[in-house]
Design a protein around this ligand. Sequence first.
Ligand SMILES: Nc1nc2c(c(=O)[nH]1)N[C@H]1C(S)=C(S)[C@@H](COP(=O)(O)O)O[C@H]1N2
Ligand SMILES: [Mo]
Length: 260
Amino acid sequence: MSSAKSFDRPLNRRRLLTRGLQAAGLLVLTGCDGLTTNDTFRGFLGNTEKLTRRVQRALTPKDALAREYTDADLSAVFPANGNTDPNNRAYDELAANGFSDWRLFVTGLVTTPLRLSLEELKALPFRTQITRHDCVEGWSAIGKWTGVPLRELIERAAPMPAARFIVCHCADLDDDNVPYYESIAVEDAYHPQTILAYELNDRPLDVPHGAPLRLRIERQLGYKQAKYLMGLELTDSLAGFGGGNGGYWEDQGYEWYAGI
Ligand SMILES: Nc1nc2c(c(=O)[nH]1)N[C@H]1C(S)=C(S)[C@@H](COP(=O)(O)O)O[C@H]1N2
Ligand SMILES: [Mo]
């Protein structure tokens, strides 16, 4: 990612689109039956099922699902972006052992802190989802992700009432040795498509794509999809982490929520 300029336009366009869809949903909610029989309007929505989905999105935007695709839609190549090797000796040692000594820590404002091996994570319920990744640099790719729903871990850790954010601590450092980190709202951990992925396209996650574990939070932009996870920390404030804006790119001016 070179400059903030390059992503201003796509973001604004996305916001406009979202507003348009919400407006469409709200229009239907006003109960104007005439609209649903109007051919032009119908054509725009496609069919009743889509109509229902859009109404739901307007009603409960927090629960709306990102679109899911099929195997036939998978991108031939899923690019690796940002840091593609953590540049960190401790990580290299873990990778050399096939991550058998790696542990994911869940700490902070939780009743039961967790320390989980990859094997333990793989023994938990899992979800597979084929979704589109959108990077603000202007590329997208469709990939199949398998991993443990973050909800499974957060429920086990039992957040304290004060917990508002989950900070993702990553293993990688940039060329100036600044660590990558990200954060999400605790409530977004309960979204069904928020998973900690250990497979991409039916294969164990490789180093360029974030081995051994990375976040997938499908209704948010590429930079929220934290790779090289080492720990999750629940907190009531983002002020004490990095530059205090909730993430590596956020500290350089990017938007925190980054919704698509
Ligand atoms: N730890 C870490 N996570 C990261 C990054 C990174 O540099 N380090 N880059 C982000 C960006 S900008 C994008 S677009 C995606 C790229 O994921 P990919 O390499 O699997 O395509 O990871 C995101 N998560
Ligand atoms: Mo990105």
